[in-house]
Design a protein around this ligand. Structure first.
Ligand code: PLP
Length: 387
């Protein structure tokens, strides 16, 4: 009996954590200040510098950042906010958290990103804000969204959960909207386990978000702690518990320092996939324009049963049988039960987003993947198409 060779098990998006992150977490544990403190302040300053934004507010998630951005933009009951159906549910959920109504507009099928013309057509007198998502790490057409927001008097909130490294037409993501929200969730390009950041040029909005992120207290715990003598604070609004901890910032500081090098590895793996899968009957999105940088958060392929000879779900199952993880980004948000039942959305309303949602598959991508793992993915995808 021959022993079967164990397949290479390839995880979908393993975090890339180095010695510097581990040492900083230990130093934080030994330093005696675990919650929001000096490391969060340093991380905010370093992140604002990296992006080139006047203000960066560290939070416990991107979802919290999106919620606070809508509140700071004055979005509330009776308002509508337009976003893409091809996103994680959090992008739309926060619109409901703010008391507003989510409105969807279709995507550009060649990029997966929200189509500015479709947003324009969905604007009503109640529209207050628009939330484009830099899908998979590809920057949206920021110039078109800025012009639209100015012309129709809308707040522009970018969901940059996938796009820390992104550049749009020569401009760094994080500087092209009223508010830009980043995610540091475990699978994201820069991770703090859980975490997020908002960048903005508005000092007033930054201060409001800072206060709202910690119970609505007028002074945060670290500045109270630094003060000698009796500490006082006032509650100026019923805030949330959205603050980042120094343990998270300890990771973030070194994740940020290593971001360029790790992004280069993401680009390298993506290019290897591009060249190795080029002959297969799969669809892909168009290349980014020359003055833009794709953050390479996800590597997506489009598997249409008619042209590919197998369905996306068949391919995912075949890959799983070879030990290769994959994922779907994303099921269309408007067709989730809550959205369909509460707002009456039905299949057919956003055909481009629905077609991508039905055919897209994300392959493993992380700087922590070895060349051997990348080649195992390629072999498994090729052999699925031969079967
Ligand atoms: C991950 C993600 C979020 C949510 O980020 P959290 O930090 O987990 O709150 C929002 N939008 C998109 C597109 C995401 O992928």
């Amino acid at each position: 009996m021959s022993t079967a060779v164990a397949p290479d098990v390839v995880p979908f998006s393993p975090p890339d954590i180095g010695g510097a992150e581990i040492a900083e977490v230990i130093a934080t544990l030994e330093g005696g200040w675990l919650s929001t403190g000096p490391r969060v302040r340093r991380f905010e300053e370093a992140f604002a510098d990296y992006v080139g934004a006047p203000h960066a507010i560290a939070l416990n998630s991107c979802t919290a950042g999106l919620h606070l951005s809508l509140l700071a933009a004055g979005v509330g009951p009776g308002d509508e906010v337009i976003t893409t159906p091809l996103t994680f549910c959090a992008t739309a959920n926060v619109i409901i958290h703010a008391g507003a109504t989510p409105v969807f507009a279709d995507i550009d099928p060649t990029t997966g990103n929200l189509d500015p013309a479709a947003v324009d057509a969905a604007i009503t007198p109640r529209t207050r804000a628009v939330i484009p998502v830099h899908y998979a790490g590809r920057p949206v057409e920021v110039g078109a969204f800025q012009a639209l927001a100015r012309r129709r008097n809308l707040a522009l909130v970018e969901d940059a959960a996938h796009c820390v490294e992104g550049v749009a037409d020569g401009r760094k993501i994080g500087t092209t909207a009223d508010f830009t929200c980043f995610s540091f969730y475990a699978t994201k390009n820069l991770t703090t386990g859980e975490g997020g950041m908002v960048t903005t040029a508005s000092a007033e909005a930054a201060e409001l978000m800072r206060v709202a992120s910690l119970h609505g207290m007028s002074r945060d715990a670290w500045s109270r702690y630094q003060q000698v003598g009796p500490t006082r604070y006032d509650v100026v609004l019923p805030g949330f518990k959205y603050n980042m901890t120094d343990l998270q910032a300890a990771l973030g500081l070194h994740q940020l320092a290593a971001l360029g090098e790790r992004h280069a590895r993401r680009v390298q793996i993506s290019q290897r996939y591009d060249e190795a899968l080029a002959g297969l009957p799969i669809g892909t999105f168009v290349a980014v324009p020359p003055a833009s940088v794709h953050a390479r958060h996800l590597y997506t392929i489009l598997v249409d049963p008619q042209s590919s000879g197998l369905s996306r779900d068949d391919l995912a199952e075949l890959l799983a049988a070879s030990g290769i993880a994959s994922s779907v980004h994303f099921p269309a948000v408007h067709l989730h039960r809550y959205y369909a039942e509460r707002f009456g959305f039905v299949r057919g309303q956003f055909p481009h987003a629905e077609r991508i949602a039905d055919t897209v598959l994300s392959l493993p991508l992380s700087p922590a993947l070895t060349d051997r793992q990348v080649e195992a993915v390629i072999r498994a995808v090729r052999s699925a198409f031969r079967s």
